[in-house]
Design a protein around this ligand. Structure first.
Ligand SMILES: C[S@@+](CC[C@H](N)C(=O)[O-])C[C@H]1O[C@@H](n2cnc3c(N)ncnc32)[C@H](O)[C@@H]1O
Ligand code: SF4
Ligand code: SF4
Length: 366
C-alpha cells in the first residue's frame, strides 16, 4: 500500500526538478504536458469575457483541415506517447469534422478533453462522443439563473439549451455507462459570486463535476497590466470574492463535486487581489503547447508563435531556436495569468496524498 505513494511522490519530485531546470535555462528538457489544439476561432456566442467572436473574418479563415489535424495527432503520439489533448476554440462544435478528429485521437490511444459552450451538443453528437470514450467533456455554464448566464455569454435565450444539453449529456453518460467525465466550467465574475453554492448543489444532483475558473483578461485581446481596473466583470467587492472561494473550498471538503484542487482554489482566490503578482516564473515553456486553427504553435494562448505545423514537425518546432527565445519571454513574462492555465500550480503534498489515497480506495473497492 505504501509503495505506490512513495513511487508517485518520487516521480513528482523528479518531474518538478526537471521542469524547474527547463524553465530556468529555457531549454527543451521536458515534453509538453498540457496540449491545447484550437480547432477553430469561430464562435456562435458573444461572450463578454472573450473576444474571439470579434476577430476579423480573414483571421478565422484557412483553418487546418481534417487531414492536417490527424497528422498533428499522429505526431503527438509518436513524440510524446499516449498523452491527453484538449480540443478547444473558439467553439469546437462548429467543426463538422470534430467526430473524425476525436475518433482518430482515440484510435491513437490519446485521451481527449473537449471544451464547449454546449449550445450545439445535441443528443446524437453527445452519444457519439460518449461512445468514442472522450475522457472529459466540459461545458461552460455560469450560474443557476438564466439572465446571469445569458448576459455573460451575450446570447438571449441560450441558458435552457445549454443547461438542458449538459443535463442530457450527464444522463446519457449514466445510461451508457460511459467512462467520460462530464463537467461544467464556471467562470467566477462579479455577476455570479452568489450563485456558486446553488450551482454546486445542482451539479451534484446531476452527477456533474464543477471546474471553477478565475477571471482573466479577455482572450484574444492584449490588455495592459492593470486590466482588472477596466474590466466590466471584475468583482470590486473583495470580501464577497473571498467568501465565494471559501465557500467553494468548504463544499469540496464536504465531498461535493468541485474538481479544482485545494491548492488551485487558494491560488485562484489570491488572483483576485490586484496587488498580487505571481513571484514564480511562468513555466508554460516547459509544459504547454497550443496549436492554433491555422497551425501556428505557441506556449500559451497569448504568447507569440514560434513555429507552424505546416512547415515543420512539432518536435522540431519545440526544440527550435525561436522556441528558445519564446521560452525566455514566457519565463520572464509578468502577466500573472498562470492560475488560468494552472501549469505552475502543482498540487500540494496534501492534495497529492488525497488523490493517491482516493485512487487506492477505488482500487480496493473494485
Ligand atoms: C475560450 S473557451 C473555448 C471553448 C468554448 N467556446 C467555451 O466557451 O467553453 C475555453 C474556456 O475558457 C474560459 N474562458 C474564456 N474567457 C475567459 C477569461 N477571460 N478568463 C477565464 N476563463 C475564460 C471559458 O469559460 C471556457 O471554459
Ligand atoms: S468563451 Fe467560448 S463561447 Fe464564449 S466567445 Fe469565447 S469561444 Fe465563444
Ligand atoms: S504569464 Fe505565462 S501563460 Fe500568461 S501570458 Fe505570460 S507566458 Fe503566457
Amino acid at each position: 500500500m505504501k509503495l505506490p505513494l512513495a513511487r508517485y511522490m518520487l516521480r513528482r519530485v523528479q518531474d518538478q526538478l526537471l521542469r524547474r531546470t527547463a524553465v530556468a535555462l529555457a531549454l527543451p528538457l521536458t515534453r509538453p504536458a498540457s496540449i491545447h489544439l484550437r480547432l477553430t476561432d469561430r464562435c456562435n456566442f458573444r461572450c463578454q469575457h472573450c473576444d474571439c467572436w470579434k476577430l476579423p473574418r480573414e483571421h478565422v479563415q484557412h483553418e487546418l483541415d481534417t487531414a492536417a489535424w490527424r497528422d498533428v495527432l499522429a505526431q503527438l503520439r509518436r513524440w510524446i506517447g499516449p498523452c491527453a489533448v484538449h480540443l478547444t476554440g473558439g467553439e469546437v462544435l462548429l467543426r463538422p469534422d470534430l467526430l473524425p478528429i476525436v475518433e482518430r485521437a482515440r484510435q491513437l490511444g490519446l485521451q481527449v478533453q473537449i471544451n464547449t459552450n454546449g449550445s450545439l451538443l445535441d443528443e446524437d453528437l453527445a452519444r457519439r462522443l460518449l461512445l468514442a470514450e472522450v475522457g472529459i467533456i466540459m461545458v461552460s455554464l455560469y450560474g443557476v439563473r438564466a439572465e446571469t448566464h445569458e448576459q455573460l455569454q451575450g446570447v438571449e435565450g441560450c441558458f435552457p439549451t445549454v443547461r438542458g444539453n449538459l443535463e442530457r449529456l450527464a444522463q446519457l453518460r449514466r445510461q451508457l455507462g460511459a467512462s467520460t467525465q462530464v463537467r461544467a466550467g464556471y467562470l467566477v465574475t462579479r455577476s455570479n459570486l452568489d450563485q456558486a453554492e446553488p450551482f454546486v448543489h445542482w451539479a451534484a444532483r446531476q452527477d456533474i463535476g464543477v471546474v471553477f475558473q478565475p477571471l482573466y483578461e479577455n482572450l484574444y485581446r492584449p490588455h495592459g497590466p492593470d486590466w482588472q481596473r477596466d474590466h466590466p466583470l471584475w468583482p470590486e467587492d473583495q470580501a464577497a470574492v473571498a467568501r465565494t472561494w471559501n465557500t467553494i473550498g468548504r463544499l469540496k471538503r464536504a465531498g461535493l463535486p468541485v474538481v479544482n484542487s485545494h491548492t488551485f482554489l487558494r491560488a485562484a482566490q489570491r488572483s483576485y487581489d490586484p496587488a498580487n503578482r505571481f513571484a514564480r516564473a511562468c513555466d508554460v515553456g516547459a509544459s504547454m503547447l497550443v496549436v492554433d486553427p491555422q497551425g501556428k504553435v505557441r506556449f500559451c494562448y497569448i504568447g507569440q508563435p514560434f513555429g507552424d505545423v505546416r512547415d515543420a514537425p512539432l518536435e522540431h518546432i519545440w526544440r527550435s531556436g525561436s522556441a528558445r527565445r519564446r521560452r525566455q519571454e514566457a519565463r520572464d513574462c509578468n502577466r500573472g495569468c498562470r492560475v488560468l492555465y494552472c501549469t505552475t500550480l502543482h498540487k500540494s503534498v496534501v492534495d497529492r496524498s488525497r488523490d493517491v489515497l482516493a485512487q487506492l480506495l477505488t482500487e480496493v473497492r473494485s
